[in-house]
Design a protein around this ligand. Structure first.
Ligand SMILES: [Zn+2]
Ligand SMILES: [Zn+2]
Length: 160
């Protein structure tokens, strides 16, 4: 489905410039790889193993040769969700909303981390390719209509 969509495109570390090629999504505030196409596995926090501490050697490798349980890597066997890589594929498309009110509700919810007024907020035309972790549309942009910052966006659309 084509349409107009609204997104806060945050400038946090590892977030690539807004473009169709870079349009991948993951849960918020999770480290990404260099191309932005993979995010840190949250099951193992990126270390590829499900427990931090090996139950056999307690991560003390002084007397291991190497540890037959963890091979001196600590923790359990390979993490299943990420197959031991520590990374999971991001979802294709930018997480965004089809209405300004929905974007406001999402980012102004008390449970949501604070968004600075200077964060870029992009109004764009695109096509929907899926559904994100919070049931929001995932969209690949065709064209940027307007770039505001979060403060300007709120001033324009937040009439509550
Ligand atoms: Zn994992
Ligand atoms: Zn061990």
């Amino acid at each position: 489905m084509n349409g107009i969509f609204y997104r806060v495109h945050r400038t946090a570390d590892g977030i690539l410039p807004f473009s169709a090629d870079n349009a991948y999504s993951s849960y918020i505030d999770i480290p990404r790889n260099e191309t932005g196409t993979k995010s840190e596995c949250q099951e193992c926090r990126g270390n590829g193993r499900t427990w931090d501490t090996c139950l056999s050697c307690n991560n003390d490798y002084t007397y291991t040769d190497p540890c037959s349980t963890c091979d001196n890597k600590g923790g359990s066997g390979p993490c299943e969700p990420c197959n031991g890589t520590g990374w999971e594929d991001c979802l294709r498309g930018y997480s965004c909303f089809a209405h300004p009110d929905q974007l406001l509700d999402y980012f102004l919810a008390p449970s949501h981390p604070f968004i600075a007024d200077s964060e870029p907020t992009i109004i764009f035309e695109g096509h929907e390719v899926g559904t994100g972790p919070d049931w929001e549309p995932l969209v690949i942009p065709n064209r940027v209509v307007e770039t505001l910052n979060w403060g300007e966006f709120r001033a324009r659309y937040d009439d509550a």
